[in-house]
Design a protein around this ligand. Structure first.
Ligand code: FAD
Length: 509
């Protein structure tokens, strides 16, 4: 079966889904849901994924786009979590998505304080040891090292000159949405039916827990009612998971990033890393992107009350906190006039069952773990990280398979996502490196759709938008500009791109 999520495939899948009985319905098309759909479909289960908006419409597109080895976990002595992160990073970089993850140096300049960079060096070396202890870790990243003032000037030219620093390495996604789209399409290639614009409104029916038992899943698909039957339901609705499973307790927090032009920091090749004042484990990162932008993040603000459906926005206080932190080490301070965009997302942090009644009873570290909990035929899988989505999905589908009385084992650690190939093969592809980093082995197909740019001054081509409609399930302007491409991170550029996106939709649909 093809990995193309084309309009024709959607129509066929929709028709086949109405009234059908399937092994697993997955609710939510973020990294968790897409990962679960792939793991289940690859084991031979029949799978329908229902996503209310679009792939990666929720938290998964607002991340820092890092595939990280869990240095922060190490700082808190969470060796198990750090090893899991390092192992999953090696799987992504070595097997499942080498095209989407690149090696990124992180610079902690001595300008932040010699004690700060010394502590960073200790953390980086511990991270190296963890990396060497997991399969595929050796050789996947360079080791932590001290660098002189010249190197600091080359890596991040905007840092106050004259002092050295410490460099450690981690993984960076070309784009978090690309990972989710690749997961959903690979699941589709294994037979999963992936339906966006499909809001699950209720799950009900007899619950007997046996393999033959099933429930009714009700959804609203573009305003039309859809009902199907499922032996199990996996609730991967992120910070909105409580709506289907009121019993789970979440303590969401908002994380924000600012967007600026890379030349404002001298077009850095490393991620500038500066600790938040008073913290030994929380850093602000200025993360260079492939498209001439830098994302500056991250904050961690508790959110009171129910999480809204609308996108989160950074508060003024968060903007000032991020600028003030990074300005400590810059020769010329940044101001809000340097910002061309900003974004924020809600972390699906889980309050452990053992915690007391109030959010204050959860520690930040406990809540970084994911939750797996059955409520009748509904298995909620919430929390974790983008980096560890595969391990979470494997654990969730193990539980589903056990519930269904099967024995099939997960194959996803060895299953390349659509577009993946060994690094050496990717480097030899006859296509622009920028497209290879987003589409992998499909880069030539995208290039063949034409070189015309969507708007002047941005690298995205009209061919990318056409490919998004033909093969990646994009159906709206927002799908094209806020998810398959990331124009939306710079509102001014997005506004210029809207007429082109509208024309592509008119041509293709
Ligand atoms: C600011 C920030 C930075 C981060 N940075 C990193 C990082 O650098 N690296 C890393 O590894 N992790 C990072 N994380 C964590 C990571 O982004 C999240 O853990 C992960 O994206 C959560 O994915 P998810 O699929 O569980 O949730 P989501 O992506 O939110 O997906 C849930 C989906 O469910 C859908 N949905 C909700 N209700 C329904 C319904 N009733 N019917 C159908 N669909 C529904 C939503 O539309 C949504 O698409 C970061 C998180 C934040 C907030």
């Amino acid at each position: 079966m093809t990995a193309a999520l084309s309009p024709a495939r959607r129509a066929r899948d929709l028709e086949a889904t109405a009234g059908a009985l399937v092994d697993v319905v997955v609710v939510g098309g973020g990294v968790t849901g897409a990962g679960v759909a792939l793991d289940a479909a690859a084991r031979g289960l029949s799978v329908v994924l229902l996503e209310r908006t679009d792939l990666a419409a929720g938290t998964s597109r607002w991340s820092s786009k890092l595939v990280h080895g869990g240095l922060r976990y190490l700082a808190h002595g969470e060796i198990g979590l750090a090893r899991e992160s390092a192992r999953e990073r090696a799987v992504l970089m070595g097997t499942t998505a080498p095209h989407l993850v690149r090696q990124l140096p992180f610079l902690i300049p001595d300008a932040a304080g010699r004690d700060v960079s010394a502590l960073g060096a200790v953390g980086g070396r511990l991270g190296d040891l963890v990396r060497l202890s997991v399969a595929g870790g050796r050789g996947s990243l360079p080791s932590t090292r001290r660098v002189d003032a010249d190197a600091v000037g080359r890596l991040v030219p905007a840092v106050r000159p004259g002092r050295g620093g410490v460099v450690f390495w981690d993984g960076q996604l070309s784009d978090d949405v690309r990972l989710v789209v690749a997961l959903a399409r690979t699941a589709a290639a294994h037979g999963a039916r992936v339906l966006t614009g499909a809001t699950v409104t209720a799950v009900d029916g007899a619950v007997d827990g046996a393999a033959s038992g099933s429930v009714e899943v009700h959804a609203d698909v573009d305003g039309e009612a859809l009902t199907l039957r499922a032996r199990t339901v996996v609730n991967a609705a992120g910070v909105w998971a409580q709506r289907l499973a009121p019993g789970i307790r979440l303590v969401p927090s908002r994380g924000s990033h600012l967007v600026l032009r890379a030349d404002r920091l001298g077009s850095p090749s490393a991620a500038l890393t500066v600790p938040l004042p008073g913290s030994r484990s929380r850093y602000v990162f200025a993360l260079p992107q492939a498209d001439g932008l830098v994302y500056l993040g991250i904050t961690d603000e508790p959110v009171d009350g129910p999480v809204p459906d609308d996108d989160a926005q950074p508060s003024d206080a968060e903007v000032q906190q991020l600028l003030a932190t990074v300005n400590q080490v810059l020769a010329e301070p940044l101001t809000s006039a340097d910002l061309v965009g900003a974004y924020a997302g809600y972390r699906p942090l889980v309050l452990p069952a053992s915690a007391g009644a109030g959010p204050g009873d959860a520690t930040a570290d406990l809540s970084r773990k994911h939750l797996l909990a059955w409520d009748g035929p509904v298995l909620s899988v919430v929390g974790g990280k983008l980096t560890t989505y595969r391990a979470m999905a494997e654990e969730a589908v193990d539980a589903v398979v056990e519930r269904l009385g099967g024995t099939a084992r997960s194959t996803t650690a060895r299953l390349p996502l659509v577009g993946a190939a060994p690094r050496i093969a990717l480097d030899a592809l006859p296509a622009p490196a920028r497209l290879v980093a987003r589409y992998g082995t499909e880069a030539a197909d995208v290039e063949a759709l034409g070189p015309d740019l969507v708007v002047a001054g941005r690298p995205e081509t009209v061919g990318e938008l056409r490919f998004a409609v033909r093969a990646e399930g994009a159906r709206t302007v927002a799908d094209l500009l806020d998810r398959r491409t990331r124009f939306g991170l710079v509102p001014e550029d997005r506004a210029r791109a809207v007429p082109v996106a509208e024309q592509v939709l008119a041509d293709e649909l």
